[in-house]
Design a protein around this ligand. Structure first.
Ligand SMILES: [Zn+2]
Length: 229
């Protein structure tokens, strides 16, 4: 582990940490593509198919972009601008990943008349977050963290009150993994391999959420809820 850096600088991982950062997300690219395909093939209507694609795109691009960024960051030396660009993409894709993770629940479950506005509101939030990263990337790190937290938790206010509650435990469990992971996200230079541990928490949260989406929204035997959309 290298020394902790001031909050306006970026932590420089050791070679071992770089390798771990790449591996802990690269490992999930193929499973996320396969998982997304499974949802596509189990879709029974157009809405399910669209939601499967949106969610699958968010899930697989999170792991792909993250792996690309960490690979470039590891081998950079003469690629500073490219690294910066990938780092921005890495941060932007998180907003889309959060929106995409909520999308199947928001699209396929029945929501109240007001709550249903969250279907488009999550994408407005994702776009706002992306715009923020574009203009203020790494300038106010605490604001970034607050944005991710708000984006991650705000749509839950709708999900928690869905008339059909099946899957809520898994959603809360996945959310807990993301929140626990954020402790490590902020622990570079304090805990060895902190960023790789953060990646593992993300993968764990994503796996639990995938399972919930598959089981409660797509898998045929446990799919009693068909909403009028
Ligand atoms: Zn990362």
């Amino acid at each position: 582990m290298n020394k902790r850096v001031p909050s306006n600088k970026r932590y420089q991982p050791t070679d071992y940490e770089h390798a771990a950062n790449c591996a802990t997300h690269a490992l999930w690219i193929i499973p996320s593509l396969l998982g997304s395909s499974l949802l596509h093939f189990q879709s029974e209507d157009q809405w399910e198919r669209v939601s499967a694609w949106v969610y699958g795109a968010g899930l697989s691009s999170l792991f792909t972009v993250s792996t690309l960024f960490h690979t470039v960051a590891w081998k950079k030396s003469h690629l500073r601008d490219v690294e910066q660009c990938f780092h921005m993409c890495d941060r932007m894709v998180i907003y889309f990943f959060i929106a995409a993770s909520y999308a199947p629940w928001l699209n396929l479950r029945e929501l109240g008349p007001w709550a249903s506005h969250m279907r488009w509101l999550v994408w407005v939030m994702a776009l706002s977050g992306t715009t923020y990263v574009f203009f203020f990337h790494e300038r106010y790190k605490i604001v970034e963290l607050i944005c991710y937290t708000v984006m991650g938790l705000f749509p839950a206010s709708v999900i928690l009150y869905m008339p059909e509650q099946a899957g809520l435990c898994e959603l809360l469990l996945g959310g807990t993994f993301y929140c626990l992971g954020m402790v490590f996200f902020k622990s570079d230079g304090i805990v060895p391999f902190a960023h790789a541990i953060w990646h593992l928490f993300v993968a764990l949260g994503a796996a639990v959420h995938y399972y919930a989406i598959w089981k409660y929204l797509y898998a045929p035997p446990a799919n009693p809820v068909r909403t009028s959309r």
